[in-house]
Design a protein around this ligand. Structure first.
Ligand code: MG
Length: 389
């Protein structure tokens, strides 16, 4: 088998939402189609990938470095031992040739897009859903049948008051979610506490059904002020209180906050993740790790991160990836992660699950189509098809 073409494009996923750091008016993402010479039902098998959300499209790195390296490789250098399917780990080494270590920047996003497409293609060649493919190749062969998902929203938006915030959260519950997340840190503490209490009202006062996300906004003093104010609510978690690369500050917050902290969506390599574990005073039984494989060099790197966590006695169940995309749902099932994020109302058409996906008491079954199942998400599939038709 060989790769005959790789196409990339840019998909707008803009929105009027705002978190404590950025607005999403200009947000877009890269999409790629990896076309193989394997023909099934009279059509070549094609793998699709996209780069989650929160980082912009990576056109230049894809076009100038990663895609040319894959296309220039001898076909045999990308294959597994059978010679009949791709080995995405070998493709990863090809993409990362002549790249210095460290300073991961957004190179990891470009590699992540292609890694997703290569895994989609490999699972299609094997004619199995990605969760099955990954469980067989890298896991225990027994993927979870369902994945816990929570609804992320509660953004700051023009003309959105407490009533609209509560309405949004009621919509999540009506859609089958039992846990929700909202933004904090984009308003003064007193206002955020009023927002939190308004949402807790909708949740019957159950703090465990609510997570809050500061998107790395706070300095140490503000993070501690919030930690102190949040503690009595016994929330599911307090996410990214401080800069994601400032492990010493994270460690101080962890020492002061009794509840769970969550972080990791802006750590893009297993080395960065390891530094968090080494220096961030993380609590193995309590905290949540949100590394997003699509943003951080793909599944090949994510497996290294999971191995590192295991060495530190941190279970994969503590991992709940950022992003709310189909790729991570398969990985959560295959590798026994703790769940997955979901953005029911944002980042369309890239984010979200299959069009007919059902959320049942906070759980979702991964798609049963071969590969990731992007074909079951009509608007995204249309954009992908347009890359190569
Ligand atoms: Mg977050």
């Amino acid at each position: 088998m060989r790769i005959v073409a790789i196409h990339d494009g840019i998909l707008p996923i803009s929105s009027s939402i705002r978190n404590a750091w950025i607005d999403f008016n200009q947000m877009d993402c890269s999409i790629v189609a990896v076309v193989s010479d394997v023909v099934r039902d009279h059509s070549p098998l094609v793998g699709y990938g996209f780069n989650s959300n929160g980082r912009y499209s990576q056109h230049d790195i894809l076009r100038r470095r990663m895609i040319p390296r894959l296309l220039a490789a001898a076909p045999a250098d990308l294959l597994d031992a059978t010679g009949e399917n791709l080995d995405p780990a070998r493709a990863w080494d090809v993409m990362m040739a002549n790249e210095k270590p460290g300073g991961h920047g957004e190179r990891s996003v470009a590699v992540g897009v292609l890694d997703m497409a290569l895994f989609d293609l490999a699972a299609k060649i094997a004619d199995v859903p990605l969760a099955r493919f990954v469980a067989d190749r890298y896991g225990d062969g027994a993927p979870d049948e369902r994945v816990s998902v929570y609804a992320a929203g509660g953004y700051y938006q023009p003309n959105k008051g407490l009533f609209e915030l509560q309405d949004e959260m009621r919509g999540f519950l009506d859609a089958g979610y039992v846990r929700v997340k909202m933004k904090i840190g984009g308003a003064p503490l007193a206002e955020d506490l009023a927002r939190i209490e308004a949402v807790l009202d909708v949740l019957g006062g159950n703090g465990d059904a609510l997570a809050v996300d500061a998107n790395g906004r706070f300095d140490l003093a503000t993070a501690l002020e919030y930690a102190n104010a949040l503690d009595p609510y016994q929330l599911a978690w307090y996410e990214e209180p401080s800069d994601p690369l400032d492990y010493a500050t994270h460690a101080e917050i962890a020492a002061a906050y009794n509840g769970a902290l969550a972080t990791g969506e802006n750590l893009f390599s297993h080395q960065d993740a390891r530094n968090l574990v080494r220096y961030g005073n993380v609590r193995a039984e309590r905290d949540i790790f949100q590394f997003d494989p699509a943003l951080s060099y793909g599944l090949v790197e994510y497996l290294r991160t999971l191995a590192m966590l295991r060495e530190h006695n941190i279970s994969p169940r503590r991992c709940i990836p950022h992003g709310g995309h189909q790729f991570a749902v398969h990985l959560a099932a295959a590798l026994h992660l703790g769940g997955n994020e979901s953005y029911p109302n944002e980042f369309s058409p890239a984010g979200g699950f299959a069009d007919d996906a059902v959320i049942d008491h906070g759980f979702l079954a991964p798609s049963s189509a071969p590969g990731i199942g992007i074909e079951e998400k009509a608007a995204l599939y249309r954009a992908m098809r347009a890359l190569h038709d």
